[in-house]
Design a protein around this ligand. Structure first.
Ligand code: URA
Length: 236
């Protein structure tokens, strides 16, 4: 691939910025200074740019603890997106794997690996997603059964069976807390499921997706690369 593409894929800048900089200052490729932006390099080339080695990675994977108030999109003209939270030099083709609502927090995978994203999101694959929910309302065992049997929402949507684990119920505050595991990801899935049993979600956080569990060391808004074990668990 071209040297300017190699560097721009690795988040060093835009192709046009990089072309100028390579012509002006040069880049060391395998020990030789190169000033041609179209110089052919491979993933194995040893590239030194602005004094640092730039290793080529085809795919990158980040675990983000999404904060409320940020949209799950790659780019937006008016507001900040989850991709803007990745502050290191980054690839330009990153996207979030699926969407969490603006007010939902928690685990969001960010990558440029379209095949993995498809595998995790495809309705055929029924990947488990676990959420912590605080709802206004009093959850009961009959709700657990309704969720287990597969809810039918008010608009007729039939949900796959879901596991509801009630963590606490406060009659005084008219609040309940629960963990819910769903195997699909339709628009506002969890909020609509609770609404169908008369409970309004007032806080929602995703705890896990397939084999990935939100790292408790990540504060909201923080992210890190997936570990080798996590990559293995995803079959990567
Ligand atoms: N279900 C919802 O209702 N919202 C989310 O953000 C995720 C799942």
């Amino acid at each position: 691939m071209r040297l300017d593409k190699f560097l721009s894929d690795m988040g060093a800048g835009t192709r046009s910025e990089l072309k100028k900089e390579i012509r002006r200052s040069g880049v060391t490729v395998d020990g030789t200074v190169v000033k041609d932006p179209g110089f052919s390099v491979s993933e194995k080339s040893h590239v030194v740019f602005r004094g640092s080695t730039v290793a080529y990675e085809e795919f990158v994977y980040y675990m983000l603890n999404k904060p409320a108030g940020i949209i799950s999109a790659s780019e937006d003209d008016r507001e900040a997106t989850v991709i803007d939270l990745i502050s290191e030099p980054k690839r330009r083709d990153l996207f979030p794997v699926g969407r969490l609502d603006r007010d939902t927090e928690g685990l969001l995978l960010i990558t440029n690996d379209g095949a993995l994203s498809h595998r995790l999101l495809s309705p055929k694959h029924h990947v488990d997603k676990v959420y912590f929910a605080r709802v206004s309302g009093m959850l009961s065992d009959s709700d657990v059964e309704l969720f287990r049997d597969g809810l039918i929402l008010t608009d007729g949507l039939e949900c796959l069976p879901a596991d509801l684990k009630i963590l606490s119920v406060s009659e005084e505050e008219y609040l309940s807390e629960a963990e819910i595991t769903v195997r699909e990801g339709k628009f506002h899935q969890v909020k609509r499921m609770f609404a169908s049993v008369g409970a309004e979600v007032i806080y929602l956080k995703r705890l896990s997706m397939g084999p990935l569990t939100l790292d408790p060391g990540l504060d909201t808004g923080e992210y890190r690369r997936l570990t080798p074990d996590e990559l293995l668990s995803l079959g990567l």
